[in-house]
Design a protein. Structure first.
Lengths: 112, 115
């Protein structure tokens, strides 16, 4: 069965610090990978996605993620976080079926 | 343009009651999904429609849960004999294209509380 693991449940950073959120998945076939973000009081929004091609994908608001197939990973990065990046971040994978399998989420708090 | 909308935004009910949750997908989107998100967890898949038919209902937890999409647009998730464990945020998502290039867009959710 497919599963997604997000290692960090709660991350606290100061503004301008660099961010890396871990995401590992278990599935042996071709995958599509996603990061969604949920800002306080708002609904889930797509941050970035990987379907094929260049394993380094860039999303909105300066976020990027790298697909490393050999490590079954899709870590999210941002070189310099802002207070407005405070949110919950979810990694998700889609394998052979259309449904998304989500991780448990990482709550990021950025201190001004 | 308009995104996915869900009504009601909040629903409080008593154990044993019947509830209906509604989802209006993005216009023209043929695929519609229901997920459930419990506190401290990521969304969990319930059911997927392609057009009017349920293409995958493997995530429905038991036969108290049922969903319909009679005209291929609006969908209703129905929960019979609600239990306290059904309390969660129920999310709807829609997408325009199935297969490898599909991206799901989520609505704001319905927060269900069963007392």
């Amino acid at each position: 069965a497919q599963s997604v693991s997000q290692h960090n449940h709660h991350v606290i950073l100061s503004e301008a610090a660099s961010l890396e959120l871990g995401c590992n998945y278990s599935y042996g076939g071709t995958v599509n990978l996603f990061w969604y973000v949920q800002y306080p009081g708002q609904h889930l929004q797509l941050l970035l996605k990987y379907f094929s091609g260049d394993p380094l994908v860039k999303g909105i608001k300066g976020f990027e993620a790298e697909f490393i197939k050999s490590k079954f990973s899709f870590n999210l990065r941002k070189p310099s976080v802002q207070w407005s990046d405070t949110a919950e971040y979810f990694c998700a994978v889609r394998g052979a079926t259309n449904k998304l399998i989500f991780g448990t989420g990482t709550l990021l708090a950025v201190q001004p | 343009g308009a995104g996915v909308s869900q009504t009601p935004s909040n629903k409080v009910t008593e154990k044993g009651k019947y509830v209906e949750l509604r989802c209006d997908p993005i216009s023209g989107h043929t695929a519609l999904y229901w997920y459930r998100q419990s506190l401290g967890q990521g969304p969990e898949f319930l059911i997927y429609f392609q057009g009017t038919g349920a293409a995958d209902d493997s995530g429905l937890p038991n036969d108290r849960f049922f969903a319909v999409r009679p005209e291929g647009s609006v969908s209703t998730l129905k929960i019979q004999r609600t239990e306290r464990g059904d309390s969660a945020v129920y999310l709807c998502a829609s997408s325009a294209k199935r297969g490898q290039a599909e991206t799901q867009y989520f609505g704001p959710g319905t927060r269900l509380l069963v007392l």
